[in-house]
Design a protein around this ligand. Structure first.
Ligand code: HEM
Length: 443
């Protein structure tokens, strides 16, 4: 349809250009307007130098508006007035106030009464003087612009809507082309059926969407039952293949489908390959979980996560159950910075403890248990009942250096802070202690 419409348009244009019909001659100036526009503008500006005419000589003196109106010109040349009106309209961007139909009109004369014009000014004499001055100024200026107002002495040029006759009002191609003789003018409509059917249409018919667009394809003829229902059956669906008038299939009748419509087909290789990996039977899933547990019991594998400090210790805990009031917090409370748990006189300075001295404080025979850790000697007797590992474990290092045992069990423990209130002195060699004892004896 689109090709047919374009072909009709092209054929019409070629026909008009090659063999223009007689009725189109009056409209040719409109098509040739752009070409003749400049030449006609020159004609208007050179009006005073044009050959004199009977009425033009009178109007060219003090009636430039009448001259520009072109009534005397239009009466002799049917094409020029339309050009003038078109030019005036394009320059002034407004409706033309002058109907330049070839109808004979009385020539404007100086003796015409100004009051005869329905739109004449109340005081024409000063207006004529002013317009005469304007005429002189306009003659001095190169291109005189077209004047909208008509002189008061030209009553026939006033009120174009009232004076315009239907058959003479062909000032624009838009109105004259299709308004009055649409039957003889080729229509722009692409629809071959609608154009001749409505010859009396007063306005230009815009091509309808149905004439521009092809109709949608109809897959099947809609039946009476499906036509009223706005359904969109898919190709191959039973609804499309259903004969007219038949009842629509119901969804619960799926078993009626043949094996060829099932997906996947029973003999398909997809079924032969077996179910998908994530759809293994329950028995197989149980076996897989059991195998994973067995691998976990067997020991760390390459896939096992690396060991971290959060893992439980390999050795069983040897912590003992302490009696109430012997928790680490209870020890922290009684062993503050100002506490003294050495079991020595209050002003006793830190002692130089020799190995023999240390050995005599083993916790036996009513003595306190002293122990050395990293060169410092502590009285561990007050802490023995607060030791998480038990009293017996702690007293294994009583009367001797317990640095090695301490490091073997819990090197991370901060014993210096925990036993600050139990610090007795420093461990010194046996010789140094014997010399000091000799000096004390001399004193
Ligand atoms: C005087 C210095 C010592 C202090 C301050 C001390 C302190 C502690 C503390 C705080 C804990 C608890 C550790 C934890 O919870 O992880 C502990 C546990 C223990 N300590 Fe000591 N300790 C001392 C000396 C010793 C010595 C010399 C021995 C051994 C001969 C020992 C054997 C143990 C044992 C076996 C545990 C239990 C470890 C466990 O399984 O959690 N401690 N000690």
């Amino acid at each position: 349809m689109g090709y047919v419409g374009v072909s009709l348009i092209v054929a019409s244009v070629v026909w008009v250009l090659v063999a223009p019909p007689p009725w189109i001659h009056p409209y040719l100036p409109f098509f040739l307007l752009p070409a003749r526009r400049h030449s006609h503008a020159l004609l208007l500006t050179s009006k005073p130098s044009s050959p004199p005419r009977d009425n033009d000589t009178q109007n060219s003196d003090d009636k430039p508006e009448a001259r520009n109106g072109g009534e005397h010109v239009t009466s002799k040349e049917p094409e020029r007035p339309r050009i003038q009106v078109e030019e005036a309209r394009s320059n002034l961007a407004g409706p033309p106030l002058v109907d330049l139909a070839p109808a004979p009109a009385p020539a404007p004369t100086r003796t015409s009464s100004p009051t005869s014009s329905p739109t004449s000014s109340p005081d024409p004499a000063p207006a004529r003087d002013a317009k005469a001055a304007q005429d002189r100024d306009r003659a001095a200026m190169p291109p005189p612009p077209p004047v909208i107002q008509t002189p008061a002495s030209v009553p026939t040029l006033q009120s174009p809507p009232q004076l315009a006759e239907p058959e003479e009002e062909q000032t624009t191609p838009k109105v004259s082309a299709t308004a009055h003789d649409a039957s003889s003018v080729p229509s722009f409509s692409l629809s071959d059926e609608s154009a001749p059917a409505q010859p009396a249409e007063p306005s230009i018919r815009t091509p309808s969407a149905s004439s521009m667009m092809p109709p949608p394809p109809l897959p099947t003829k809609p039946s009476n039952a499906s036509a009223s229902r706005p359904s969109f059956p898919m190709l191959g669906s039973p609804q499309v293949a259903r004969p007219p008038g038949a009842a629509p299939p119901r969804l619960h009748k799926i078993p009626s489908a043949t094996p060829s419509t099932l997906f996947p087909r029973p003999d398909s290789q997809q079924i032969a390959r077996g179910p998908a990996p994530n759809r293994i039977p329950a028995a197989a899933a149980t076996a897989t979980a059991a195998a994973a547990r067995a691998r976990a019991r067997a020991g760390p594998s390459s896939l096992a996560p690396p060991p971290t400090h959060n893992q439980p210790p390999q050795k069983p805990s040897r912590k003992v159950l302490l009696p109430p009031g012997h928790s680490p917090l209870d020890w922290a409370r009684i062993s503050g910075p100002t506490a003294d748990l050495r079991n020595l006189p209050p002003d006793t300075p830190y002692l130089k403890v020799t190995p023999s001295m240390l050995k005599r404080h083993s916790g036996r025979r009513g003595t306190d248990a002293w122990s050395a850790f990293a060169g410092r000697v502590y009285n561990i007797t007050p802490y023995a009942d607060y030791h998480p590992g038990g009293r017996g474990e702690l007293l294994r290092c009583a009367g001797k250096d317990g640095t090695r045992l301490f490091g073997e069990v819990h090197p991370w423990v901060n014993y210096e802070t925990m036993l600050s209130a139990c610090l007795v002195g420093v461990l010194v060699p046996e010789e140094e202690g014997s010399r000091e004892s000799e000096m004390d004896a001399m004193d």
